[in-house]
Design a protein around this ligand. Structure first.
Ligand code: ADP
Ligand code: MG
Length: 289
């Protein structure tokens, strides 16, 4: 995990790290603001290039994913699951919901609100396509020594960015699960608080991918806004300067820092970071070039 206030140098550090990690496996970057193109071996400008493949194994996967991305209520998720049980055509889920005949009074209202939320994403055919995980081998993304950047900066809504980010994380998981590529994969998630804030999906994901040899680099300005489980599940923490008291408290608690160390966090220079790693007996301040 790389944390720090805006402008503290997280992205610059994550870029250096990505270039190093290339020597140890494939690297995939979810580039929120379009800052990584210069170092990419392959940059995908999402929305302007070929649609990104989002693997969905069964309708329930789609429900979990959309629940997360669109912040669905329980009745909305339930109705979505019901609709997708009949037809598995996830790409046309907006039409399916619109064509659905409510069977109870509560479904009338829920159908309308669900359709409204879904229309935020699912009419954008060029941005993504739903694929079966068995076709995942055709997704030519991940090669050792390759740095693939998904540039999300062209996407207009948070929901679309989140969908592509979570969908790509899923793609990485399937590729590893099915042995499509050997070796490590490192996934760098920029502005991770937007992707992982309250993600039940991500908690499960973290537990699953660790076994598969997928490394996750979580970059965020807002440790307080990140799911506590996600934060505690990261082994190495690189703390750049933080200004907000809430964020300092969140990171200090998760790293179990003493008061002296805590008081240095808002005074770190651009080139400095407080680092915690399993190999260190206590956190140390390091100089980054
Ligand atoms: N180690 C450093 N030394 C000098 N300048 C740096 C360093 N790290 C970052 N910067 C500069 O600070 C600015 C913000 O860096 P950036 O990595 O984009 O921050 P963040 O991602 O935390 O918002 C950039 O102009 C960058 O060049
Ligand atoms: Mg940044």
């Amino acid at each position: 995990m790389i944390v720090g206030s805006t402008g503290s140098g997280k992205t610059r550090f994550a870029m250096r790290l990505s270039q190093e990690l290339k020597h140890f496996g494939a690297v995939v970057v979810l580039d929120w603001y379009g800052e990584y193109s210069d170092i990419a071996d392959r940059a995908i400008l999402v929305g302007s290039s070929d649609p990104v493949s989002i693997p969905i194994e069964d309708p329930l996967d789609a429900v979990f994913l959309l629940e997360e991305v669109l912040d669905l209520t329980s009745p909305q998720s339930y109705l979505l699951a019901k609709v997708l049980k009949k037809s598995k055509d996830v790409e046309h889920v907006v039409d399916l919901v619109e064509a659905y005949e409510p069977e109870a009074r509560w479904e009338v209202e829920t159908k309308a609100s669900l359709a409204r939320k879904l229309s935020l994403l699912l009419r954008y055919g060029k941005i993504f396509k739903v694929v079966s995980p068995s076709d995942i081998g055709k997704i030519d993304l991940l090669h050792r020594g390759r740095l693939t950047v998904f540039d999300l900066s062209n996407l207009k809504t948070l929901e679309l960015k989140r969908l592509v980010a979570l969908g790509t994380l899923n793609a990485v998981k399937y590729v590893k699960e099915r042995g499509v590529i050997e070796g490590n994969v490192f996934t760098v998630v920029e502005e991770a608080h937007n992707v992982m804030a309250r993600s039940k999906l991500l908690q499960r994901y973290l537990a699953e991918v660790r076994k598969l040899g997928v490394g996750l680099v979580v970059v965020t300005q807002s440790p307080a806004g990140l799911d506590y489980e996600v934060m505690n599940n990261t082994n190495i923490k690189i703390v750049k300067t933080l200004k907000s008291a809430d964020d300092i408290v969140a990171i200090s608690r998760s790293m179990n820092l003493n008061a002296d160390v805590v008081s240095t966090i808002n005074k770190l220079e651009h080139s400095e970071a407080l680092v915690e790693a399993p190999s260190l007996s206590e956190p140390v301040v390091v100089e980054l070039s």
